[in-house]
Each structure stands twice: as C-alpha cells, then as structure tokens.
Design a protein around this ligand. Structure first.
Ligand code: GLU
Length: 401
C-alpha cells in the first residue's frame, strides 16, 4: 500500500459483502450467467406509498439541508416505533438519524472507543463490525459460537471476553449472517453479565427485527434488560424492512450524551441523511405496515426452501434461522471433498464453475461456511441449488475451475 495512506486504512479490508455484490454485477454486465446470492438487499421495490413520499419531498422543494440529527417528524415516527415495537421511551434528543445503520454503528464506534480500548463482537458477525472498531483505533475481541451452540454465545463466553479495556459490546439479533436470534431469556442472561460492567456501552443492531419467524416474538436487548437503558444504543433502519437499501436511512435511540457525541461526529463528516429519504422514511415508519408482513411471508417461504435444499446437498449442512434473509451453511465437508483450500477458494469455485456468487464465511469470522442471501425469487434459488449440486458432484469439473 502507498506510504501516504494512513496506518488505520492498512488495518482494514474492503467490505466482502459489497465486494462480492460488485463482482457479480460486473460479471453479469460482461454477459456471464451469474446468480447473485451475495447482496444483502431485498429484491422487492420500495412500497409505493413510501416512494411517493420521496417524490412529494422533491416536488415540494424539501431538498435542502436538515438538522444534522434528523427532522422532527421522522424522529417522532422513530420514537413511536420504539414505543410500539420495543416498549422503549425516548425523546427527540435521544434519537439520531444517519445515512444507513452502517453509519450509525460507525458513529457509535467513533464516539465511544479510544486507542487501546476493546470491543466485544460475537462471531459470526456482520463483516463491517471489526473493521469499524479498527478504524476507531480500538481492538475487536471476537468470542466464537459455532453451529453446536446455534451460533449464539453464552454468558460464560461473554464474561471471558470482557477485560478492563472493554468499552463496547456489539450485539446483533437476528444475526447477519446466521439468522440466529437470542431469546428473551438468553438476552437476560447476557445482560446480567453486562450489568456487572458499568463502563461498557452496548450497541444492539436490530436491523432484522421485522424479518423474523422465531418461535418466540422478537425481543430487543433493553426489553429483556431494562437496567442497561442508560448505556445501550438501540440501532435499526429502513433498508431491510421496507426494501429501502438505496435510500440510506438508519437510526438509533440511546443515552443523550452518546447520541450527542455521535451527532457531532456526523455533523463533522456527512451532516444530515438525505432530506428526501427522511420524508420517505417517515412515511415508512408512520404509515401502513402491511408491506412488512407481505415481504416477511416471502422471506420465510424462501428460507424454508433454501435451508431444506442446502441440507440435501452433499457435504453441506445449514441450521434454520429465526430471521434475516441469509442462510449460513457449514460447507467444511464439501470444501474437503473438493480439495479446496478454504471457504474463499470454495466460493471462487462456485462462482467460476457454477456461476453462483456467495460470500465466504471467513469474512464473518466463520471459516468453513458460506452466506447465501435468499433475497431473490424461488425459481432463482432452485436454479442456484441445482448448480451447487452440479459443482459438488462433479469434482473433476470443479478442479479445472
Ligand atoms: N448489510 C448488507 C450485507 O450484509 C449490505 C452490504 C453491506 O453493507 O455490507 O450484505
């Protein structure tokens, strides 16, 4: 890397999810027959009433800077959402609207982490968490939970990962990439560990709250552990639930001091989230929620189809998830069977020989796995499973790939 590039950049890697998505798009543009199962974004259009609110914002000239932390009517819709869905009470000064929940999490890392601090990130984790911690000059500490524990860490693991340097714990349930969700009792047990460590700030990324079919209703950390209210930032966004990835609206509620610090960082970097998107997000959160149930039904149907199909493949095993639109498959046996070096090489093979783009598990802190996004139609998923079967059962073809 060029010596003029800061050391902090040399510590991080480009986002693997975005890289796979871009690569699949490039291959498709070159005329290659590629099924893209990399992108973590709904294939549905943004619902019409939400899009219309954006159009109306443009027509009415709502196209200027807004308050850095978000317009009042969106903040009020967010406050109502938190009260309705999570029984959480916030006032406007406790809400920050950002350009995607990705920016919310980045703001949080920058707001609370100092050099030498540690952030606990249970693995498998979403690809960007550790790199955001590194960009804040802190160290990620990543206790691992494999399939034998349903990809969920237990309180003992959490306690063992905490040191005097721990400043932040990032939780994500349902989890990208595994789809695993902590029950209320499990969150309570983790929360009891955190109660013992008053210096720790908690970020709970609830982005997939509404893409959910768990046995118990979705539970956010603070619903289970209200004692942590004074140091927890509850993060959510419009991208996944309302098929609004490109609009870039994420938000959070949390303690005033932390929210103010995050808003200061945002004010000195990107300023307000897009004014037009804020109007659309207001319509999304305050409007009719029927579209959410419709999309959720489709995701559940695809989940059942793809998880069953993956488990039928030789050398592949996949636990059902409680939500999200990802299947996280353990392909370690298939990797060994094909003589691949690791999940990166296996994913390359799926792309080059099978024409299927998936994200290797290593990027999520879980080597030997692949993440498959099922945010696409059933016929596409059926075709992808057929192609995977062909790759897995034709090793001679695979090796020449
Ligand atoms: N969160 C999505 C994913 O995991 C979007 C891509 C990204 O920002 O990483 O695929």
């Amino acid at each position: 890397m060029h010596s003029s590039v800061a050391r902090r950049v040399q510590r991080v890697k480009p986002s693997p999810t975005l890289a796979v998505t871009a690569r699949a798009a490039r291959l498709k543009a070159e005329g290659k027959d590629v099924i893209g199962l990399g992108a973590g974004e709904p294939d549905f259009d943004t619902p019409t009433h939400i899009g219309n609110a954006g159009i109306e914002a443009i027509r009415s000239g709502f196209t200027r800077y807004t308050n850095v932390d978000g317009i009042d009517e969106l903040k009020d819709a967010i406050i109502a959402k938190f009260a309705r869905d999570n029984q959480l009470e916030y006032e406007r000064a406790q809400i920050l609207v950002s350009s995607g929940a990705k920016q919310t999490i980045y703001n949080l890392c920058m707001a609370v982490l100092d050099p030498g601090d540690e952030a606990v990130i249970p693995a498998p984790y979403w690809v960007s968490y550790p790199d955001m911690v590194l960009l804040a000059d802190a160290q990620p500490v990543m206790p691992f939970a494999g399939p034998s524990q349903g990809y969920k860490i237990n309180p003992r693991q959490l306690a063992a990962a905490i040191t005097p340097q721990t400043r932040l714990v990032l939780l994500n349930s349902p989890c990208n990439p595994t789809g695993a969700a902590y029950s209320r009792a499990e969150l309570r047990a983790l929360g009891e560990v955190l109660i013992e460590h008053p210096r720790i700030v908690i970020g709970t990324d609830d982005m997939y709250e509404k893409i959910f079919w768990g046995a118990e209703p979705f539970c956010s950390l603070l619903t289970a552990v209200p004692e942590l209210y004074g140091r927890t930032v509850t993060i959510n966004g419009c991208s996944k639930v309302y098929a609004m990835t490109g609009w870039r609206i994420g938000y959070c509620g949390g303690p005033k001091e932390i929210i103010t610090a995050m808003a200061t960082i945002q004010g000195q970097s990107t300023s307000n989230a897009c004014s037009i998107s804020q109007k659309a997000a207001t319509a999304a959160l305050a409007g009719d929620q029927a579209c959410v149930a419709t999309m959720n039904r489709a995701f559940k149907e695809r989940h059942d189809f793809v998880v069953a199909g993956l488990n039928d493949l030789p050398g592949v095993s996949c636990l059902p998830g409680a939500g999200t639109f990802y299947a996280f498959a353990d392909v370690s046996k298939a990797i060994a069977g094909l003589g691949c070096r690791d999940d990166n090489e296996f994913a390359e093979l799926l792309l080059n020989v099978g024409g299927i783009a998936v994200v290797p598990g290593s990027g999520f802190g879980a080597p030997g796995h692949i993440r498959i996004s099922f945010a696409c139609g059933l016929p596409t998923l059926a075709k992808a499973l057929e192609r995977m079967l062909r790759v897995l059962t034709t090793p001679a073809v695979a090796k020449t790939g």
